[in-house]
Design a protein around this ligand. Structure first.
Ligand SMILES: Cc1ncc(COP(=O)(O)O)c(C=O)c1O
Length: 420
């Protein structure tokens, strides 16, 4: 199949999704309803007093886990056409966990906590959720274990949030998860299980372990609607932020959004949320590393999670550890079939270079995974009035680790995209 041969070249590539439909048609085919987003939005609102109680810096945002947008005035001159604007969505500085994973991961932990507290008569939806800080809640949650498999950032968000509420937490980490992430979780009292295999193996092991324990909840990165809906809420918040910046999206002035993709839940949730708001006026692109294009492979072959990047001889080894996923979510892949504009693949050197460039231009420090959207903008030059690159992580990366990314980027030759 030509698409597989193309991916085997490990070169930057743009796959335009031939299955895409007009939103009016696409909407009818989807297996989920926007009420899913309503529920998540309301839950996050109920927990706002809790967040203001545990994290004083969140008072400014009224207890919402949200990040700002900012215009990239210097990068805009380089990467988009004249009269177009380039904006950055700063999920790299999201509160609690410093990555897009704080949206879905925390929402799912809150869903579990709320269910348990409600069924044990500790809380009702109309009560003040700041009560979740009280010892009775901790005592209840301490009987339960939350289990998750992760390449790193999901583990961080779930580990930090669950431990704060009083749960026991076990995070199964893939071999590519960074040491500092494991260390940080252990410091917070989280049990970290290290695997020699990749992300899919870590998830499989976590699932098995949780199934054997009736006091355990498994957070399923591949199939969870609670994760997905937590990400989707971001779209409604973005709409408000764009309006505040006097940006009005329409078919004539469309919005293009570039989302780094691992297993697909994060970018899928955001893309779905955006479609329910802007319909055909938003164009969503996923971006994956050339060694881990699992969503592209799954969608293009229509085999979804029945095919992995290893099956076609790719290594699934990448500097973008958050995107090092060999087998995509079937739930998300199928949902994206009529929605997504396309998928772009990028090299590690392009990611490193963009980490460097973003520091030099806008002064921001992000991790390589989070640079994928910006790289894609330069590669495909899609026309749109407004471009939003989702900066998905980096806020928790230790300075010494970030410095290595920066230096790698400094050493990349811009013309050849190879090391100097
Ligand atoms: C920084 C960063 N960006 C993007 C993603 C992709 O999210 P998903 O795996 O839900 O597709 C991840 C996943 O861990 C991540 O850590």
């Amino acid at each position: 199949m030509p698409i597989i041969e193309q991916l085997q070249k490990k070169q930057p590539y743009y796959w335009e999704n031939p299955h895409r439909l007009r939103w009016e048609e696409a909407e009818k085919q989807l297996s989920i309803q926007p009420t899913l987003i309503d529920d998540a939005e309301a839950r996050l609102q109920r927990f706002a007093p809790y967040f203001m109680a545990i994290e004083p810096t969140m008072k400014e945002a009224n207890g919402l886990i949200e990040s700002p947008i900012q215009q990239a005035t210097l990068l805009q001159k380089r990467y988009v056409h004249e009269n177009e604007q380039l904006w950055l969505k700063r999920d790299d500085i999201l509160p609690i966990a410093g990555s897009i994973k704080a949206r879905g991961g925390i929402h799912e932990v809150l869903t579990i906590a709320e269910q348990l507290a409600t069924s044990n008569g500790l809380i009702e939806p109309t009560k003040d959720y700041a009560q979740f800080t009280e010892p009775a809640f901790h005592a209840l949650f301490s009987k339960y274990t939350i289990v998750v498999g992760s390449t790193g950032n999901l583990g961080l968000s779930i580990g930090i949030m669950s431990a704060k509420l009083g749960f026991r937490v076990v995070v199964h980490m893939s071999h590519d998860a960074k040491q500092w992430k494991k260390d940080l979780l252990r410091e917070k009292g989280v049990t970290v299980v290290e695997h020699t295999g990749d992300y899919s193996k870590a998830v499989e092991q976590g699932r098995k372990e949780a199934e054997a324990d009736s006091f355990a909840f498994f957070i399923d990165d591949e199939n969870s609607q609670a994760l997905f809906s937590g990400y989707a809420v971001a779209a409604r918040r973005l709409k408000k932020q764009l309006e505040e910046a006097n940006i009005h999206i329409s078919i004539e002035n469309p919005l293009a959004v570039y989302l780094p993709c691992g297993v697909g839940g994060g970018p899928g949730g955001v893309a779905y949320g955006l479609k329910t708001i802007f319909g055909d006026a938003v164009h969503c692109y996923f971006v994956e590393p050339v060694e881990s294009p699992c969503m592209l492979l799954g969608m293009a072959t229509e085999q979804h999670h029945d095919i992995s990047v290893q099956d076609i001889g790719l290594s699934n080894q990448t500097a973008a550890d958050g995107l090092a996923v060999g087998r995509a979510s079937k739930f998300v892949g199928q949902l994206m079939m009529p929605i997504l504009h396309g998928i772009v693949t990028v090299t590690d050197n392009q990611l490193y270079r963009m980490v460097y460039e973003l520091k030099e231009t806008e002064g921001l420090q992000i991790e390589p995974s989070a640079a994928a959207g910006l790289v894609a903008i330069g590669l495909i030059q899609a026309p749109a009035a407004y471009h939003v690159a989702w900066l998905t992580g980096g806020g928790m990366v230790p300075q010494s680790e970030w410095q290595k990314f920066y230096e790698n980027g400094e050493n990349v030759d811009v013309q050849t995209q190879k090391e100097k």
